[in-house]
Design a protein around this ligand. Sequence first.
Ligand SMILES: Cc1cc2nc3c(=O)[nH]c(=O)nc-3n(C[C@H](O)[C@H](O)[C@H](O)COP(=O)(O)O)c2cc1C
Length: 348
Amino acid sequence: MPDSSNSLSQRKKEHLQLCLTEDVSFKEKRNGFENYEFKHFAITEVEIKKIFFDTKFFDKKINYPFLISCMTGGADEAENINAQLAIAANELNIALGVGSQRHALESTKYHGSYKVIRKNAPGIPILGNIGAAELIKKDVISKIQSLVDLIEADAMVVHVNALQELLQNNGEPNFKGLLKSLEKVVSLLKVPVIVKEVGAGISKEVAKKILSSGVKGIDVAGAGGTSWAGVEILRNKKNDENIFWDWGLPTSYCLRKIHKLKNEFDFLLIGSGGITNALDSAKAFALGADITASAITVLKKLDKNGIEGVIKLITEWFDTLKKILFLTGSSSIEDLRKGKIIRKEKLY
Ligand SMILES: Cc1cc2nc3c(=O)[nH]c(=O)nc-3n(C[C@H](O)[C@H](O)[C@H](O)COP(=O)(O)O)c2cc1C
């Protein structure tokens, strides 16, 4: 049976609580960046003061190539969290995603928890969000533009979360007809469509099929950060499902493979999944990401240190990135993509 809107908001609440109070990271698998290091460039002539990160997210200018990943909406707690994330994102002038808007399709009760983002962040790129399991349902596609309008979104994200749907109580592990639905939604919407995973990663083969449907962005959301299998296992307490906790393709692998599709398709490649600091971001850029994104790291920082904490985190993150550019002889992120990263040597 599909969830009622009440149980949807209850689920959102449990997700937030578990992410803030339990260890929901992968147990052994890492994001893959641990296998790489930068080539130290001993004769760097880069001038740190002349490094700038402003770039574009589709049509809008942003100050840093950073996105706060889609997290919440459709629950009591969500409005305050989204309001604070929006204030921080607006101050930083970076992109911000909302959590699944499924609730907004079923009820107007929590529309405010989504709308609060645009209210607090008039100029930044905002991303709408809906799950693949919803998108394929009859009559849903025709309502997606209304979700875009609700938050004045600049792009619409479709999340593909097969593993999570499979393990979730009352989950809907059925994506039949997804590629056709993607084609349709791409042609109907006035804004670009992005497809993202939620922590199990996207392979090159899958990315190619997605991009062939006209999608303009891929967020790999690879393995190594938040395990959504882990979150659902903690919720449903089925120990036999523990084998899925670490399921998924590491973020580094997804980026390394998918960025090769840049020769065939024009798309935004978002590196996420276990991106927790400047070094992770730098490695993601070096492996081909256009921008990087983080979910749980930002949520935890907000919980602990508030809006100012998030602003400080991201500002310092990109100050540190400047140091990495300096040490690798790169005067821009584009330079960082030019052979600056190597597989780690086995020294012993
Ligand atoms: C509390 C929380 C709620 C989330 N809700 C959504 C969601 O509604 N839609 C979505 O596409 N991804 C959702 N995600 C997944 C993130 O956007 C992201 O893809 C994933 O957590 C991996 O990134 P991380 O390792 O930086 O956490 C959520 C993540 C967190 C932490």
